[in-house]
Write a protein that binds this ligand. Structure first.
Ligand code: FAD
Length: 569
């Protein structure tokens, strides 16, 4: 007779119960016991850049999942174990007499490395491992395989591959019950795990709910709090969790016209409260919303829509295909995808150009100079929302405070930092997004930064976003700027994107002087910075720089040309 299954279900990229092929596979084993587990991954805690807003969102997703699990089985919960999986699992396998480990496939570079190690430990312990795809519409490895082992570098490629791979599977419903967990003894004798992050050895005092720095196990397996993690309070208004995600999706789907006719280029980046797109990205990131659930709820509306529905790639389902495209690229390239170095699909650009146009002209002859101090100043001012261009500053401030900005807003700030203004390396910008976005998804972040910097995916570098004309198209009155750059709230509409042009008497009348390089209070007035450069001049410098970088070989020092690793897209 077969041994009854004792299963650890390892939640990682899937903080949900609905449409989880991996969870379904675990339940199909008809286990005697099932432990839903979250391990405190040291990579996530120490290595990735995670700001307080994303931490808060994650904690809310975990709490919501834990409560949903307990609703289905009062003896169960999300068992949060504060130790890296690489050291924890071998001990759990023995102590809990585990027969199966089940999880959703994760093709991120670090995750692959980690999971290979866990697979080896499981094999050694005689534990069977079951892995199922559920994070993307298509398994990224299958996309790559169908693409002859190459990364998916265009949406047309993905659309063609999708045709070959067939229809996206329909979502599966959430379970109605869950098995009991087995015993949860975590006293591993000699091998007691450290249940708190080493760097901040904090312990909750269960008696009065206060926190002290004593070490020891957390045998209630609780979801940590922001205080316990030593984090600054979060400022994002967005709340995590499967319950919120499904409610938001219901609301979107209710509006059939919006759902069926959605076209990304036609949504306003200046819209806030409510925003013009779905804002489901952070839920997809933490897997508290299944992308297949999202896809089919939309597709069913499109199929029955009487009017003219939109189609991929601009439609809502098309947006999910873009997501798959970046996952496919990352699955093929691994760690190299995240950088220009050693990445044959990312164009080399000698970033950090001179600040003066006459020097830039020397680019034609290849005598370009590195101007790092200026580039660093531009970078810092961009990051802190004090470039002196209200549209850019409003977006960067919204990003910092709320952790989410519209796609075209991301376009604007990414173009401005790289090939359309500052000429700073895209990797610097991607790092800021990694820290501040609540939806940070390494594949999508890296891929989109490469797109916007014209280093991969997209090459029309002469098409730059103007920080003045572009927002004017969407928001003549400047409501968005006034919300996030309150120094300018009294400025007349005609000056809202170019406040430096307002006469000084008017600046005084409106209580804000345009001067300096950062907002301060001065002589009873607020100040807002002067623009940090002449945008038209910078655009010309950047376009020249890009033109020359694209004519690879002109400088004779493009490492990818020299070592033959450059591949024309
Ligand atoms: P919607 O327009 O409602 O789209 C629905 C879903 O489709 C999104 O939730 C998202 O999962 C997916 N999607 C839409 N557009 C894209 C896209 N261009 N690439 C990949 N997926 C897409 N998206 C992330 O999820 N994480 C990131 O870290 C991220 N970083 C970005 C960095 C830059 C520089 C740029 C230009 C874009 C980035 N994006 C990222 C893509 C896109 O901006 C967001 O997915 C989108 O704005 C999220 O808002 P939404 O949920 O309202 O999108």
């Amino acid at each position: 007779k077969e041994k009854a299954a004792r299963v650890i279900y390892w939640h990682r990229t899937d903080l949900r119960l609905h449409d989880s092929p991996a969870l379904q596979a675990a339940l199909d084993l008809e286990p005697e016991c099932l432990w839903p587990v979250w391990t405190w991954d040291s990579h996530y805690v120490y290595r990735a850049r995670v700001g307080p807003n994303r931490w808060k969102f994650l904690i809310e997703c975990q709490k919501d999942l834990s409560a949903s699990i307990t609703k289905l089985n009062p003896k169960s919960q999300l068992f949060v174990l504060r130790e890296a999986p690489q050291t924890l699992f071998p001990k759990l396998f023995r102590s809990w007499r585990v027969t199966h480990l089940v999880f959703e496939k994760d093709t991120d570079a670090y995750a692959r490395e980690r999971d290979e190690m866990i697979l080896k430990f499981a094999q050694e312990a005689g534990v069977e491992v079951i892995v199922k795809t559920g994070r993307t519409l298509y398994d990224p490895d299958l996309l790559v395989k169908e693409n002859h082992g190459k990364p998916t570098m265009s949406i047309t490629t993905v659309q063609n591959l999708a045709k070959k791979l067939g229809t996206v599977p329909r979502p599966i419903p959430a379970p109605r019950t869950l098995p009991d967990p087995g015993h949860t003894d975590i006293d591993f004798e000699q091998e007691r795990p450290c249940h708190t992050p080493d760097h901040n050895n904090v312990q909750r005092n269960q008696a009065d709910n206060s926190y002290s720095t004593l070490s020891g196990p957390f045998d209630d397996f609780s979801v940590p709090t922001m205080e316990e993690l030593g984090l600054k309070p979060a400022t994002t208004p967005h709340k995590g969790g499967e319950t919120v995600a499904l409610r938001m999706l219901d609301e979107i789907i209710k509006n059939k016209d919006y759902t069926a006719t959605f076209e990304k280029p036609k949504t306003a980046p200046t819209a806030f409260s409510p925003q013009a797109t779905t804002l489901l990205s952070p839920y997809l990131h933490f897997g508290s919303l299944s992308c297949r659930e999202f896809y089919w709820r939309v597709q069913d509306i499109v199929n029955s829509y009487k009017g003219n529905a939109s189609f991929p790639p601009v439609s809502l389902t098309g947006q999910l295909l873009f997501r798959d495209m970046y996952f496919g690229a990352q699955a093929a390239l691994g760690y190299s995808f995240g950088q220009s170095y050693n990445n044959p699909y990312c164009r080399f650009i000698p970033w950090h150009l001179p600040s003066k146009i006459n020097t830039a002209k020397k680019l034609i002859t290849g005598e370009y100079e590195i101007d790092s101090p200026v580039a660093e100043e531009y970078f810092q001012r961009w990051k802190q929302g004090r470039t002196g261009f209200p549209w850019i500053d409003a977006l960067m401030r919204q990003l910092k405070v709320e952790g989410w900005i519209h796609h075209l807003g991301r376009h604007a700030v990414a173009c401005f930092l790289t090939r359309g203004g500052c000429y700073v390396d895209w990797e610097r910008g991607a790092e800021v997004f990694e820290e501040w976005l609540i939806d940070h998804e390494s594949a999508c972040n890296i891929g989109n930064w490469q797109w916007l910097s014209c280093t991969a995916f997209y090459s029309q570098f002469y098409r730059c976003y103007s920080p003045i004309a572009f927002p004017q198209k969407w928001d003549k009155e400047g409501h968005f700027v006034k919300e996030f750059v309150p120094e300018l709230e009294r400025f007349e509409t005609k000056y809202i994107y170019e406040p430096w042009k307002a006469p000084i008497v008017d600046q005084k009348k409106w209580g804000c002087l345009i001067k300096g390089d950062r907002p301060v209070e001065e002589g009873g007035y607020k100040t807002y910075p002067k623009p940090m450069f002449d945008f038209s001049e910078r655009r010309e410098i950047c376009i020249n720089g890009m033109k020359n970088a694209y004519q690879i070989g002109l400088f004779g020092d493009d490492p990818k040309v020299l070592d033959g690793t450059w591949r024309e897209l």
